[in-house]
Ligand binder design. Structure first.
Ligand SMILES: Nc1ccn([C@@H]2O[C@H](COP(=O)(O)OP(=O)(O)OP(=O)(O)O)[C@@H](O)[C@H]2O)c(=O)n1
Ligand SMILES: C[C@](O)(CO)[C@H](O)COP(=O)(O)O
Length: 227
């Protein structure tokens, strides 16, 4: 198992979302591709990276016992909150011994283990906050509340951000202690402290399964791997 100088590498897996955009009528992390749930696939990827010492999964309250049965006693399972930031905050409570914290969406179920290992290696090498990033391939517009375009940011400066996001545990705790409202990712809270967040090159396979189209893509990838 990989150890940082200052404590274990603990991966938090937020899996307490409802998956409304996926429109499957069940919490997204429990939707299956090829007989394994997105959550199981994400946890397996973390384990296979060889870079994580402990895993804390955060799920809807009614699925805590089911998840414990599913994942076994090596994985800690805690109840989540109504927003992702709240769910990660609850996961952090269960990671008090961590030296490094990874936060990895259950919804990024096909993330290669090598990406997990690269993020951990960067934090172990001294970075306080590390996120995988890919260049944006569409032109992005800023619009007003009526949908009128108000600007076109320079695409060369934009990146789409993925998980796992890796942090020195004390830095992420400080960011969460200071946060008064939610953010769409954990690095956003670190940025608010004025601390540098470093990017590394992400992976196409770490895409977030959000819509029915994303699920179709994930199913096709798994089917091809199996054939
Ligand atoms: N209250 C929440 C909301 C989200 N998540 C988790 O954060 C990750 C990224 O969120 P997203 O993909 O947007 O999932 P949902 O919130 O479930 O999606 P939707 O907005 O379509 O309902 C997911 O693994 C999701 O389970 C969480 O733990 N707790
Ligand atoms: C954390 C994240 O996956 C980074 O891309 C993303 O911001 C989470 O998205 P959500 O829809 O806000 O849960």
């Amino acid at each position: 198992m990989a150890r940082s100088n200052s404590g274990p590498v603990v991966a938090l897996v937020p899996a307490a979302g409802r998956g409304l955009r996926l429109q499957r009528g069940e919490p997204k992390a429990f939707v299956e591709i090829g007989n394994r749930s997105l959550l199981q696939r994400s946890v397996d990827g973390l384990i296979r990276s060889g870079a994580v010492d402990r895993i804390v999964v955060i799920v809807p309250a009614e699925l805590v016992q089911h998840t414990r049965d599913l994942l076994g006693s090596d994985v800690t399972v805690v109840e989540g909150a109504s927003e992702r930031t709240g769910s990660v905050r609850l996961g952090l409570v269960a990671a008090e011994d961590a030296g490094i914290v990874l936060v990895h969406d259950a919804a990024r179920a096909l993330t290669p283990p090598s990406l997990v290992a690269r993020v951990v290696a960067e934090v172990q090498a001294g970075r306080g906050a590390v996120v995988p990033a890919l260049p944006v391939t569409d032109t992005v517009k800023a619009v007003d509340f009526m949908g009128a375009v108000v600007g076109t940011p320079d695409r060369s400066t934009l990146r789409a951000i993925q998980t796992p996001q890796g942090f020195r545990a004390d830095l992420l705790r400080r960011a969460y202690d200071a946060a008064s409202d939610a953010a769409t990712d954990d690095a956003g809270l670190v940025e608010r402290l004025g601390e540098t967040v470093h990017t590394i090159v992400g992976e196409a396979l770490a895409f977030k399964i959000t819509t029915p189209h994303d699920l179709l893509l994930a199913e096709a990838i798994i089917a091809r791997e199996a054939s």
